[in-house]
Design a binder for this molecule. Structure first.
Ligand SMILES: [Zn+2]
Length: 418
């Protein structure tokens, strides 16, 4: 059995003026006699005035970054040599990666990339050396700084690749022969045995709006196959996407931009939902959105509880996440020292306290908000920041950014509010 401490702390609220009463309603849940419980709801912030497109521009890196035009698309299955950067975290296709680099060797590698196809490979530290599957990153903006300023760049995750052979295993200078992995897409499961006599009933426009009609046709089609229709539906990428998006409605309502297309969605979930590091590597391994979506569904069926990775103090819930970045509730940001923080925004957290330093707007990832370092109340580990609005018109007045690396999910079953 484990013991979670729940703190009643008005300072921890998203907005103490608006949710004052809510904070008092939080019950002490330290009695863990039941593994299925409900926490009282904290009101969701409304009337937000913040422009969520701003954090995605990473304006804290400064103005005048050189913009690179065009887009490099590598052929599926192609073999090539790719310079590699090894990171602590997984990069998914579609994810934005801002970086500030001070190491001259790495800067030279990147300058070389910019001259060529602007693409480098991003892989994770692993056991024994690095993980075999990585993602290509395409640089789309950069600025050469001098000395202490570092080299700034913004790149986008593009395609998955597999390392076949590491060419130069020198510290800071690694490249590899890789194979660019194809993304396998399968058509609707009944494509092969579909009854042409039912073609006039088929809905081609928006299947999400015509689920019932679609199901009736599928039931008829399944009758001439050995399995019932529900078996096929488990392998229908459109149907899986719909299910996932239903579970993500709480983010869409709060202004999240959840992708509709199954491939984009499967990577988006892996990036934005708090999933274990090993599990994310496993998701990156899959060649097909159907397998990724099937695996991801289980993370979304219940509301997850997140605790401090070090001392297991209760910190937040999945349903308290909200997007402060148009790309999703998780943003990847870089600090002035070049350290990358994958940061998830919550409108409410518990078990977290402020470090005592005064709020600063310097290098703020959310323009208009000042940050204060936040630490775990029990073990004092740095878990993230509280962001407070510097302008009285800005809503939300405050929110929390918690780093992915400081949280883990606790396998507790919480009844989801339908
Ligand atoms: Zn802790």
């Amino acid at each position: 059995m484990f013991n979670i401490n729940y703190f009643i702390d008005e300072e921890m609220e998203y907005d103490s003026e608006e949710s004052d009463s809510a904070s008092r309603r939080i019950r002490d849940m330290s009695d863990d006699s039941s593994d299925s419980f409900n926490l009282d709801e904290i009101p969701v912030p409304i009337n937000n005035t913040f422009d969520v497109t701003l954090p995605a521009t990473h304006s804290y890196l400064g103005p005048n970054l050189e913009e690179l035009r065009g887009r490099t698309i590598l052929d599926d299955g192609i073999y090539m040599n790719l310079p590699l950067l090894i990171k602590q975290t997984v990069l998914f296709p579609g994810q934005t990666l801002p970086m500030t680099i001070f190491n001259l060797q790495i800067i030279n590698i990147l300058k070389n990339c910019i001259k060529n196809d602007r693409t480098f490979g991003c892989v994770c530290y692993g056991n024994p050396i690095i993980h075999q599957i990585g993602t290509t990153a395409e640089i789309y903006e950069y600025r050469e700084g001098s000395g202490r300023n570092g080299f700034h760049l913004k790149a986008k995750g593009r395609q998955r690749f597999k390392i076949l052979r590491i060419v130069t295993p020198e510290h800071h200078k690694i490249s590899a022969n890789v194979k660019v992995l194809p993304e396998i897409t399968l058509g609707p499961p009944f494509l092969d045995q579909r009854l042409t006599s039912l073609d006039h009933l088929r809905i081609h426009s928006d299947p999400e709006e015509n689920v019932k009609k679609q199901e009736r046709i599928e039931n008829l089609e399944a009758m001439i196959t050995p399995w019932p229709a529900w078996v096929y539906r488990q392998y229908d990428s459109t149907r899986l996407s719909m299910k996932i998006r239903q579970h993500l409605q709480f983010l869409e309502i709060r202004g999240g931009n959840v992708p509709k297309d199954p491939v984009g969605l499967s990577f988006w979930v892996a990036e934005n939902i708090l999933i274990d590091h090993d599990e994310r590597l496993e998701l990156l391994r899959y060649d097909c959105a159907i397998s990724r979506l099937q695996r991801e569904l289980k993370y979304l069926i219940e509301d997850k509880i997140y605790v401090c990775i070090q001392c297991e103090t209760f910190i937040g819930r999945q349903s308290h996440m909200f997007p402060m970045n148009k790309e999703g509730p998780q943003g990847t940001y870089v600090n002035p020292e070049g350290v990358i923080h994958e940061t998830i925004t919550f409108y409410h957290v518990q078990g977290v306290t402020l470090s005592g330093s005064s709020p600063s707007t310097e290098y703020s990832w959310f323009p208009g908000y000042a940050w204060t370092v936040a630490v775990c109340k029990r073990c004092r580990r740095h878990v993230g920041w509280k962001f407070t609005a510097t302008n009285s018109d800005l809503r939300p007045r405050a929110f929390w950014g918690v780093t992915r690396g400081s949280l883990k999910d606790k396998d507790l079953k919480i009844k989801k509010k339908e």
